[in-house]
Ligand binder design. Structure first.
Ligand SMILES: C[S@@+](CC[C@H](N)C(=O)[O-])C[C@H]1O[C@@H](n2cnc3c(N)ncnc32)[C@H](O)[C@@H]1O
Length: 409
């Protein structure tokens, strides 16, 4: 059984053909395909039936694996965990073919060079003639990298089931029970007197699984670009304090703490959703030794966050739109005031374009001008791409979904 990993399933036929050509495979019937936009983790035997790239496969499953160039793999813990899990599903002695970028491009965009891959897997068995793919032969297991994704691969089933169970347990629950559920969490000094108690609509299994895959997939880009933004502005030996508003389970806060190349030493996730924080507690428990005293959760809306200490980095990633619009300005003002000199405010929002018309969030979304105006009150706005760990010129931005950064003088 072989496996091909691609980004989008629409192009699966072309990419499978490419994999089979490069690998010299002929047993097309036995190729399983995984893509980042597959609906479910089915077990396909035909290329048009694809599974999801974040489905945790068991060990020694495949006797050949090909990763297509279309996959966005950033250098860092998330991709190490991803590659490690795929490597784990390879039979001993079999090969895995991985795309790489020429050195200058890899450095400029945060992708993997051939030297990066060899530092991770060991010496490549072969490089493709085009110099774009390196082939690695499996000889034993790799040591798992500390990453949120490593936790996800191990805890995947519990995560989905717990989300469903907790969500249904909270429906109509007495707030005292919720206090009990939250008691194991790393809630900081800001335990609210009045317990905010809010959780989303009831959801089905498929929707919950999809939501977790979406968050976990999005973390690949968000952690890589945030890491780049932070490295561009702070020294490697700084001990930064980071606050992520609307951070969901706290994945970004956790991943930046785990990344040795990012100098974040203390991180707080503020989220309004009770279930998110309880599920984030599973991640906290998994890396408890690493996170004790460094990672905190705050349950409540961003508009009421009690700033009791200064921060070096405050971010709103896909969450500013949920703050009531009459409070957006003051929410950003309070975040800005809480920044240390040299600190940064980062906002990442899906931009209001016609492609989002008819979605639940459309009316709440920002135009680029609105965010630029809100952030431009504090100083010049810098831009970072949403698909590569690299800066953008203002004229390249348009209606793209990107990261906006303002630094305090
Ligand atoms: C689209 S998700 C983004 C999650 C995460 N930042 C990411 O990028 O994957 C929006 C998050 O904002 C949270 N949220 C919504 N309204 C909020 C508010 N007023 N204050 C704080 N968090 C809020 C939701 O519970 C959810 O976790």
């Amino acid at each position: 059984m072989k496996a091909v990993y691609v980004r989008h399933h629409e192009t699966v036929e072309k990419e499978c053909a490419e994999a089979i050509r490069i690998e010299g495979w002929n047993a097309r019937d036995h190729v399983r395909v995984f893509s980042s936009d597959a609906a479910l983790m089915c077990f396909p035997y035909r290329p048009e039936l694809v599974g999801h790239i974040l489905y945790p496969n068991r060990g020694s499953l495949f006797d050949g694996i090909f990763l297509d160039r279309s996959l966005l793999l950033f250098r860092g813990p998330w991709a190490e965990a991803f590659l490690g899990q795929i490597h784990h599903s390879l039979c001993d002695g079999a090969t895995m073919t991985v795309p790489y970028y020429p050195d200058p491009q890899a450095r400029a965009k945060g992708f993997w060079s051939r030297a990066d891959l060899e530092a991770f897997f060991g010496k490549a068995a072969e490089a493709d003639r085009a110099g774009e793919y390196a082939r690695f032969r499996k000889a034993g297991e790799l040591t798992p990298t500390d990453s949120v994704l490593t936790w996800y691969f191990q805890d995947y089933a519990h995560l989905v089931v717990d989300d469903l169970l907790i969500r249904s347990a909270l429906r109509g629950a007495d707030p005292t029970d919720v206090r009990h559920l939250l008691s194991g969490l790393p809630l900081p000094e800001t335990w609210p007197a009045e317990l905010p108690f809010r959780s989303g609509e009831p959801e089905g299994t498929e929707k919950v699984a999809k939501k977790h895959r979406y968050w976990m997939g999005g973390l690949a880009v968000k952690s890589a670009v945030m890491g780049k933004i932070i490295r561009d502005r702070f020294a490697a030996d700084d001990e930064l304090s980071f606050l992520d508003h609307g951070g969901g389970l706290g994945l970004l806060a956790a991943e930046l703490l785990l990344d040795p190349a990012v100098p974040v030493a203390r991180a707080v996730n503020c989220d309004i959703d009770t279930v998110n924080l309880i599920l984030g507690g599973r991640l906290f428990d998994f890396y408890r030794r690493r996170f004790d005293g460094c990672l905190f959760a705050h349950l409540g809306p961003s508009e009421e966050f009690p700033y009791r200490r200064p921060y070096d980095v405050v971010s709103f990633i896909g969450s500013l739109l949920y703050v009531p619009r009459n409070l957006t300005s003051s929410v950003l003002d309070r975040a800005w005031e809480a920044l240390n000199p040299g600190g940064i405010l980062v906002v990442h929002e899906n931009i209001k374009t016609d492609s989002h018309k008819g979605t639940r969030d459309y009316d709440m979304m920002f135009t680029p001008e609105e965010i630029d105006r809100l952030m431009g009150r504090f100083g010049p706005v810098d831009y970072y791409a949403g698909t590569a760990a690299t800066r953008m010129k203002p004229e390249q931005v348009g209606a793209r979904t990107i990261f906006r950064v303002v630094q305090k003088g």
